[in-house]
Ligand binder design. Structure first.
Ligand SMILES: [Zn+2]
Length: 457
């Protein structure tokens, strides 16, 4: 038997107060004063109901780097952060460049049950940048891959990039580019600017990102295909995306929470938690990406959740790995820098953290407005109050968060995925219970339609 829920008195996307009735995997009714008969009642007084958050840029590290993260631990972190779907980057070992690897990731995500795990396929074999991977085979696989990226590396060769854009066009896919000119960033340790000059660290100049984005939007226009720009980080990049969109080019862009908040001034302390790629930029860049997200030039927020074990971060700056974990802190950072500053409404947050990432990634089961008939993917969020973010708030295997010890607003109260709870009143539901729910839903789905789990409309 599937559980029935009545979410009582939630502010839907920050607007009207409504009850939400869930049966099976579907929202069956949204209205006032709904009948709770036979349902478990969740009191949502003072809470905002958002469509389950969707992260287009997550590193789950499995297969191959399970000491940093696994699909199970990474999706537990996702559920704790209010996410119901994550797109898994392909820089695993082996690299997710074949149907076999992406199907393995899909199966592990379905078995864990904490969130939809949608694999991203590599653009080139082994992310080596030399030969196109089997994009068509990954697209036709059970994993239904629609997003392709060599993230961690740039698809630098313009001919390979052109061919990838041409290829994905045939099945409505998208190439998600990690925009970094490799020659201009050889040995780079931080943003190139006055701070890097003072510290004597090799710089990663803004032009190394902007020149690749400029080239790629023109290639996307030439080919008539769709481009997504990962973790855009500079004021100049915002200008280029704004220009490309005005010209009618089919491009979308993401920004990370850390690029919305943190600056390269933090590198002065040589705390490797602040080492990330692309690097933390100047205050002017932070203000420009906030403005770009507010005016719609930047389409989405994506975490770039990048777990690393302690030894990869507790070493000298030059030797430390790039990246930060971000799933558990993302919505709180967005509240602090965008909502509390009046730059985005909660309806906008639903758009940039759920609706649009689901649309870009072609994930029809997510990002739907909370309404009768929609999939039961729901996040309940309490925007009041604040707390000091600590290791107890991190549920993945790695603790490389830049926000430990920082006061962050809000609290993710409840996460509902596929009609069952993964986070219940701030507490992660245990792995056995979640896996049992996931198995029940999968069996029911196959029995009903014969469709493969994870299949898309
Ligand atoms: Zn990247």
């Amino acid at each position: 038997m599937s559980e029935r829920f009545l979410i009582r008195g939630a502010s839907v996307e920050g607007g009207a107060i409504r009850d939400i009735r869930v049966e099976g995997t579907t929202i069956v009714e949204v209205g006032a004063g709904l009948d709770a008969a036979g349902a478990r009642v969740i009191d949502a007084d003072g809470l905002i109901a958002l469509p389950g958050l969707v992260d287009l840029h997550t590193h789950l590290r499995e297969p191959g780097y399970e000491a940093s993260e696994t699909i199970l631990t990474g999706t537990r972190a996702a559920a704790a952060g209010g996410f119901t779907a994550v797109f898994a980057m392909p820089n695993t070992s082996p690299v997710a460049d074949t149907a076999g690897v992406v199907e393995q990731e899909l199966a592990l995500g379905l078995a864990a049950g904490y969130a939809t795990v949608q694999p991203i396929g590599a653009v080139t074999v082994g992310q080596q940048g030399e030969r196109l991977a089997e994009l068509g085979a990954m697209a036709r696989s059970r994993a239904n891959v629609r997003v392709f990226s060599d993230d961690g590396f740039c698809v630098w060769d313009p001919l390979i990039m052109r061919r990838a854009l041409e290829y994905v066009k045939s099945f409505g896919g998208v190439v998600a580019q990690h925009a970094q000119d490799p020659r201009l960033t050889e040995g780079a340790q931080m943003n190139e600017g006055s701070v890097s000059a003072e510290l004597g660290l090799a710089g990663w100049p803004a032009v190394a990102e902007e020149s690749i984005i400029a080239r790629d939007v023109l290639l996307a226009e030439h080919v008539g295909s769709r481009l997504h720009v990962c973790h855009l980080s500079t004021a100049g990049s915002v200008d280029i995306i704004r220009w490309a969109k005005a010209r009618g080019i089919n491009v979308t862009a993401e920004v990370t929470p850390h690029h919305l908040l943190l600056t390269d001034e933090l590198v002065r302390g040589y705390d490797a938690r602040y080492k990330v790629n692309p690097p933390l930029r100047r205050e002017e860049d932070v203000l420009a990406v906030r403005a770009g997200l507010a005016d719609g030039t930047i389409d989405i927020v994506a975490t770039d959740h990048a777990p690393h074990p302690a030894e990869a971060k507790s070493c000298e700056w030059q030797a430390a790995a790039n990246g930060m974990v971000g799933l558990e802190s993302a919505v709180h950072i967005v509240q602090r820098v965008m909502v509390d500053e009046g730059l985005l409404s909660w309806a906008d947050v639903a758009r940039v953290m759920s609706r649009t990432p689901a649309r870009i990634g072609g994930l029809a089961t997510h990002g739907t407005p909370i309404s009768a008939g929609a999939p039961a993917e729901i996040t309940l969020y309490d925007p009041s109050g604040s707390r000091v973010f600590g290791t107890a708030d991190l549920h993945g295997r790695s603790h490389n968060s830049p926000y430990l010890g920082t006061s962050l607003p809000g609290r993710v109260v409840t996460t509902m995925h596929d009609g069952y709870l993964t986070l219940d009143d701030g507490v992660l539901v245990d792995a056995e219970t979640v896996a049992a729910h996931a198995a029940r839903v999968a069996t029911h789905r196959v029995g009903q339609s014969g469709a493969a789990p994870g299949a898309r409309v």
